[in-house]
Design a protein around this ligand. Structure first.
Ligand code: CP
Length: 336
């Protein structure tokens, strides 16, 4: 594992991820409450969170360390990230000062900064996150960037392991509806995780919501190395036939990226993209249902699924804690 950064599962080999998950299991089975004594984790949230915020704070405490949280603009100065602009509006401080100052106070820093959602190429290049990452000389964790959520994907991999889901089985990543366009970070990261784990990955989405070719190519390279495969379709019945996992996620139109109005027109015609039990008619009887949360009940996913036996969403969320404890241990512990 890169000694300094946890930014993208693609930065690691499959074997390194398997080792990291073995460490997560070890910490779950044999807690190490003094492993990170005296260490400080800084957490910077440019966007809201429930799981990521609470699980990083709890995980650091369970390892004997401590943490501080900054939510720019809420009790702290609002931070500007654009370069070269006159700062005569609401932001009183620039990330070029704010981020290195925060990094200087801690032993490792986590940053959450979602996509701008205006220009696909800009977001695919991770422009905002990378600009901040270049200012950090401490171990750094991606707590969700424009196109990545590696902590969620590490926890999801552990969930699949815990449930003994066979790596070669069919994993369907499906678009589901939502009142507005959401970022591509989780679907992109999930696609890569499932490909890297060796699944037959099918991305199920309506027209207008295709995965960007760069993300498909990256996932296909990972699948080729692990014996898996990646394809896309809009045929729900065919996609779900024989599926072992249905991972649902909401994301914005890639055809109309940056246009909330055109995206809204498109998704207004797609209300039946809500997961219900009839979606599973041709899936394996023990097909699991996954979602990273938060989820809008009876919009994206029906109650009957979230409250039913297929759903493993709470297990996924709990695994955020143990998976991230392994990341923190690997980044900050003096002993392996
Ligand atoms: N899945 C996830 O990252 O949840 P939060 O946005 O609540 O952190």
């Amino acid at each position: 594992m890169n000694a300094k950064r946890f930014l993208d599962l693609a930065d690691f080999t499959r074997e390194e991820i398997v080792e990291l998950l073995a460490l997560a299991q070890r910490l779950q089975d044999r807690p190490e409450p003094r492993a990170l004594a005296g260490k400080i984790l800084g957490l910077v949230f440019f966007n809201p969170s429930l799981r990521t915020l609470a699980s990083f704070q709890a995980g650091m405490a369970r390892l004997g360390g401590t943490s501080f949280v900054i939510t720019p603009g809420h009790g702290t100065w609002q931070l500007e990230h654009r370069l070269g602009v006159p700062m005569n509006a609401t932001a009183a401080e620039h990330v070029r000062e704010g981020i290195p100052v925060l990094a200087s106070f801690c032993d490792a820093l986590g940053i959450r900064a979602f996509a701008d959602g205006k220009d696909l190429a800009y977001d695919l290049a991770e422009t905002n996150f990378n600009a901040m990452a270049s200012l950090v000389d401490k171990p750094l964790i991606n707590m969700e960037s424009a196109m990545n959520h590696p902590c969620q994907s590490l926890a999801d991999w552990k969930t699949l392991d815990d449930l003994a889901v066979a790596p070669r089985s069919k994993f369907v990543l499906s678009w589901v509806t939502h009142p507005r366009a959401l970022p591509l970070a989780v679907p992109a990261s999930t696609l890569h995780m499932a490909a890297m784990r060796g699944h037959e990955v099918v991305v199920l989405r309506p027209e207008g919501y295709a995965m960007p070719p760069q993300l498909l190519a990256k996932a296909r390279a990972a699948a080729a190395a692990s014996g898996g495969s990646v394809r896309e379709t809009d045929d729900r019945a065919e996609a779900l036939a024989g599926a072992q996992v249905l991972y649902a996620k909401e994301w914005g139109s890639t055809t109309y990226y940056g246009s909330a109005e055109k995206d809204a027109d498109l998704r207004a015609k797609l209300p039946d993209w809500q997961v219900r039990e009839d979606w599973f008619a041709r899936a394996r009887p023990d097909c699991r249902f996954m979602h990273c949360l938060p989820v809008r009940r009876n919009v994206a996913v029906a109650d009957e699924i979230l409250d039913g036996p297929r759903s493993v969403v709470l297990k996924e969320a709990h695994n955020r804690l143990v998976a991230q404890m392994a990341v923190l241990h690997r980044l900050l512990s003096a002993t392996p």
